[in-house]
Design a protein around this ligand. Structure first.
Ligand code: MRU
Length: 354
């Protein structure tokens, strides 16, 4: 199973080579596969803000390598107090997107190794290793979550399933082959999948452009539907699981994820369909007691008003929150690499993170 799953890593969101960060421009997929080399932290921060790289774990990993690039630049420029100079880079990266806590988690990991790096003959080696460790830990977490998620499905339902997923939680969103999509991949490899129903995920179309591209690449049976078809599909009774990722999970088990996730959870509960959230522990923010405290990113109305640069809406303003919060009581199970939390609440989330 491990080998079969790792084969899915042929799709990558990012790569670190010869002192540069390479990002696959996700705004252009699937029509064009364009990789670009990044050599400054500022350019990576912009790439994150512009959604060239997206998905909570991938954002965190890109930011970690951006810190390496920033330090590299300060050394080349002969900056004396490179640690102090990095503060502006940390601030710029932290401002790139507000909701996915993996960004802040990864920046903190990089910050935590600055003193050790400063003591080292070659500080860049230490920083680079820390970023690589973040990447590799995410790959391993994907593998563990796929296995654990598969066990949850196996325990709950017999035979092949129809599942629904939202946004893109696959190789393009992580350092490995994915969180929710990793579980979907494992279910397929185990012969447990009849069809993945992919919500197109307006307005950035992460479902129809990215998830569909990943699934088709591996010939995993899948069907695309508009977001508003979800209620109808769940009402039909074939779908047994809604499986999604997360951008931030608070101490009580509330989950921020791509806009539209909350309505799926409400629908799933109404139709007695199980609702699974799959996310690494780097997505868990025990500092926040509940989802109301999660900063929800608002993006330009233009993303809704126009399609591929062409205005389609009448002369109206748009409201464009890009994440929503699903209350813990609507979630049947949260799958992390540390273990599985059923019926999440403060107590069992604390036990998981202890
Ligand atoms: O705006 P995006 O594309 O970065 O949003 C991504 C999501 O909401 C994903 O579901 C989440 O980051 C988990 S990715 C493993």
């Amino acid at each position: 199973m491990r080998e079969q799953m790792l084969a899915a890593e042929k799709v990558k969101a990012l790569d670190w080579r010869e002192g540069g960060l390479y990002l696959l421009d996700q705004r252009l997929l699937p029509q064009q596969e364009i990789w670009q080399r990044y050599e400054t932290s500022t350019d990576v921060a912009q790439a994150i803000a512009q959604m060239r790289v997206r998905g909570a774990p991938a954002i965190g990993i890109a930011a970690a390598f951006a810190v390496v690039l920033a330090a590299q630049q300060h050394f080349v420029n002969g900056v004396n107090d490179w640690q102090a100079a990095l503060e502006a880079d940390f601030a710029e990266l932290a401002a790139s997107r507000p909701t996915a806590v993996n960004l802040f988690w990864a920046l903190q990991k990089m910050r935590d190794c600055l003193d050790v790096a400063a003591q080292h003959a070659e500080p860049l080696v230490v920083l680079e290793q820390q970023a690589l460790d973040i990447l590799n830990a995410d790959r391993e977490a994907n593998l563990s979550m796929a296995q654990l998620g598969l066990e949850v499905i196996n325990r709950a339902n017999a035979g092949p399933q129809h599942v629904m997923t939202h946004c893109n939680t696959g190789a393009l969103a992580t350092g490995g082959f994915g969180t929710a999509l990793g579980v979907v991949r494992a279910a397929h490899a185990a012969g447990l999948l009849t069809c993945v129903h992919v919500n197109e995920t307006r307005p950035w179309l992460q479902g129809s452009r990215l998830t569909a591209w990943e699934l088709i690449g591996e010939q995993i049976p899948s069907l695309l539907n508009v977001d508003s078809a979800a209620a109808h599909l769940l009402q039909q009774g074939e779908i047994t699981w809604v499986i999604v990722g997360a951008d931030r999970i608070t101490a009580n088990g509330d989950v921020a994820n791509k806009i539209g996730t909350y309505q799926l959870a409400v629908l799933a509960r109404h139709h007695q369909v199980k609702f699974m959230v799959v996310a690494p522990s780097s997505t868990i923010d025990m500092q926040l007691s509940s989802g109301v405290q999660i900063p929800i990113e608002q993006r330009e109305g233009e993303e809704i008003l126009a399609i591929a640069g062409q205005r389609v809406a009448a002369q109206i303003d748009a409201y464009n929150p890009v994440f929503d919060v699903t209350p813990a009581e609507l979630i049947d199970v949260i799958v992390t690499e540390r273990g599985v939390v059923e019926q999440p609440n403060l107590e069992n989330m604390q036990a998981l993170m202890r």
